[in-house]
Design a protein around this ligand. Structure first.
Ligand code: WTA
Length: 650
């Protein structure tokens, strides 16, 4: 494995937290971090029992961890309910009338739900779900725009023990169909449509297409009216959210659920064609989301906290909904795009609501840089006290811009490394304690035993690249891949013996900071979204004109990586510009706009090794426009190299 770490080693700038910030923070020094970290590793039971006592339990656990590698059970024997932790327990005191969710629609509507109001809506909607005869353990797909009802639907499911699977509103009908089939969902909660950059996303139409043919396990579709456009209502299957809400009352006691009760399944891309259903359970996941909000965001009652992620991603689960609400915080939700109606929308929202914490993605930051400083400069951003990033490695230029232009030089930045699989932050600065340097996610969070190892699993010396692994279980870890324990074991726990490995490469410097290099498996990171190359390849070969396809990433200034497809066509098919455009459209409709290829290149044959493996490294170099280097002697057909150059798009 070769990783280019040189660029990182030149970065020497160090930013220490301001004294004022540290003084108020829960963790105010590296000494305090180190003492707690040591305890979390040396006496994990004691550490986690103490932190878990912050949560509201119906029955206390008997044992903190039962570990039969690689299967973990946390807080064994305990019972609790997440919606009770996020709502009911805040109703006893002054938080009752505090804003739980502040929402703004893309067209500009504003709504605020207090904890009391949110609790009432969740109870009523849970009763709607009960009325539809949904029962504990049933799987429910949530396919919604970024509106409070998305959070209400999630919390209502959690309240009565339904396992939700949120599907990002940008995914296609095919993606919904696959997910329904994989988890055997019996209901879908959706909306007529949602707003995105001034146009309407036809959510209900996509659900209709996904359910076409009538063979689906889905018996019920609940539709929230968001846009008011005309939609098809299937008699006997579809019901309106607002109508159903008329029949129910507002009493719905939370169901005490086992610590290991399946809370949600979230599909994410891996190195095979089919996305995998990452399974998270109740107590450990909640604790992970809660404790990271507590220490990493150092979330306060007076904060207006804004995580810009969509609920369709894990970041939206842990850091828009469950974590902040479990803390009793105010979480801001915005429905639309950052450049609607103009490039200043985010900064206007920050000014309007006096946002104090902003958590967003490097790809968004790079777009803001491109749009120009005049946009943020028009607005008062002085309310901000803390910034965060997630989703991909942040380049030092973007970090510095975020720090200076948005943070006014005074806000710490937490560059948080984690994954759908980890449930919550794993490697991250603590804002009142950790000195930061642009480009490093710094230190492991409490209880996280992270290391960089070579192919044999031995820890590598400082400044040497290797695989990033976690050497012991943590509460918010995935429990399995839905319906496929063998794949769970193979994907995450067999690459490096005894360790969790999920595909990233990293370097640890002499000070102990982790620098994440990015994926070293066949997963791309496009604008902060995970995309399996195999997933795009299987979409391509499902097109009648395509014989074979290989997909690689090309470095992209804005998106981090762009999707480049090398395609060979079937005999008699002409490799034309029109076909390239049709293939892009085909992939887009098979997976969703996030997967739209940037470049289709036709080739007579793909370069393969003697054993028939596609030489991806080579294709990557060609896609990136680099001259081909290294050993190509195992190429089957050298002439192919020359033919691969031309793209009909150019
Ligand atoms: C990447 C998103 C560098 C990484 C929460 C990981 C990062 C994948 C960072 C998970 C970061 C996430 N620095 N890389 N701070 N955060 N990544 O499952 O490659 O959508 O494996 O979870 O994003 O993406 P996922």
């Amino acid at each position: 494995m070769s990783i280019n770490i040189e660029s990182h080693q030149n970065e020497k700038r160090i930013f220490k937290p301001a004294k004022e910030f540290s003084r108020k923070a829960r963790i105010g020094s590296m000494a305090q971090y180190q003492a707690m970290y040591d305890e979390s590793i040396q006496r994990p039971d004691k550490f986690w029992a103490r932190e878990a006592a912050d949560l509201t339990w119906n029955t206390k656990w008997l044992k903190v961890l039962e570990w039969n590698p690689p299967f973990a059970r946390w807080f064994v024997g305990g019972k609790l309910n997440i919606s009770e932790n996020c709502l009911d327990r805040h109703l006893q005191g002054p938080r009752r009338n505090k804003a739980a969710i502040i929402w703004e629609g893309e067209p500009g509507e504003k709504r605020t739900l207090t904890y009391q109001q949110l609790h009432r809506e969740v109870c009523r909607f849970a009763n709607v779900l009960k009325r539809q005869k949904l029962r504990k353990g049933d799987r429910v797909i949530i396919y919604m725009p970024m509106i409070p009802e998305a959070a209400i639907a999630m919390l209502a499911c959690a309240r009565i023990g339904l396992t939700h699977s949120v599907v990002f509103g940008g995914f296609s009908a095919d993606s919904i169909r696959d997910r329904i089939a994989d988890c055997g969902a019996v209901a879908v909660i959706t909306a007529d449509g949602g707003y995105r950059r001034g146009s309407i996303v036809p959510l209900k139409k996509n659900v209709d297409d996904a359910l076409q043919g009538g063979t689906s396990t889905v018996k019920r579709v609940v539709v929230f009216r968001r846009t008011g456009q005309d939609i098809h209502i299937e008699e006997g299957r579809d019901v309106w959210w607002h109508r159903e809400m008329e029949y129910v009352d507002a009493q719905c006691p939370p169901v005490p659920l086992d610590s290991e009760h399946p809370l949600f399944i979230l599909y994410t891309s891996g190195s095979t064609g089919k996305p995998k259903g990452i399974l998270h359970t109740t107590a450990g996941y909640l604790l992970g989301a809660y404790i990271t909000c507590k220490y990493v965001f150092d979330l306060r009652d007076e904060d207006v906290y804004w995580c810009t992620a969509d609920v369709g991603w894990v970041t939206g689960h842990s850091y828009v909904v469950y974590g902040p609400l479990a803390m009793g915080a105010t979480t801001l939700m915005y429905e639309g795009a950052p450049n609607s109606p103009d490039n200043g929308r985010f900064w206007k929202i920050i000014e309007d609501y006096a946002v104090t914490i902003l958590y967003t993605a490097p790809t968004a930051i790079r777009a803001f840089i491109k749009w120009g400083d005049e946009w943020p400069k028009k607005y008062d951003l002085s309310s901000l006290r803390l910034l965060g990033t997630v989703g991909e490695p942040i380049n030092p230029e973007a970090w510095m811009w975020f720090h200076t232009v948005i943070g006014g030089g005074r806000c710490p930045i937490v560059d948080t490394w984690w994954q759908t699989e980890t449930g919550g932050h794993m490697i991250t600065p603590l804002p009142g304690a950790t000195p930061t340097t642009p480009g490093t996610a710094t230190r492991p969070f409490f209880g996280v035993d992270a290391a960089v190892v070579d192919d044999d699993g031995n820890e590598v010396p400082p400044n040497v690249g290797g695989k990033l692994v976690i050497r012991r279980p943590w509460p918010s870890m995935l429990r399995s891949i839905w319906g496929d324990k063998a794949r769970y074991k193979k994907t995450y726990w067999s690459e490096v013996a005894g360790c969790y490995f999920a595909g990233d490469g990293a370097v640890r410097d002499k000070q102990g900071n982790f620098w994440i290099i990015g994926r070293i498996d066949d997963v791309l990171n496009v604008a902060g979204h995970r995309l399996g190359t195999a997933e795009v390849e299987s979409a391509l070969v499902s097109h009648e004109a395509v014989a074979e396809a290989a997909v690689v990433g090309r470095p992209d200034e804005l998106k981090g990586q762009a999707v480049v497809c090398f395609v060979t066509v079937k005999q008699g098919v002409a490799a034309t510009k029109e076909l390239a455009a049709a293939l892009k459209k085909h992939v887009r409709s098979a997976i969703g706009p996030v997967a739209t290829p940037d470049d289709i290149r036709f080739a007579e044959a793909l370069p393969k090794t003697r054993s028939g493996k596609i030489m991806r490294r080579l294709l990557k170099e060609i896609a990136g426009g680099q001259t081909v280097t290294g050993d190509t002697t195992t190429l089957e057909d050298f002439s192919i190299l020359a033919k691969l150059g031309a793209s009909p798009d150019e």
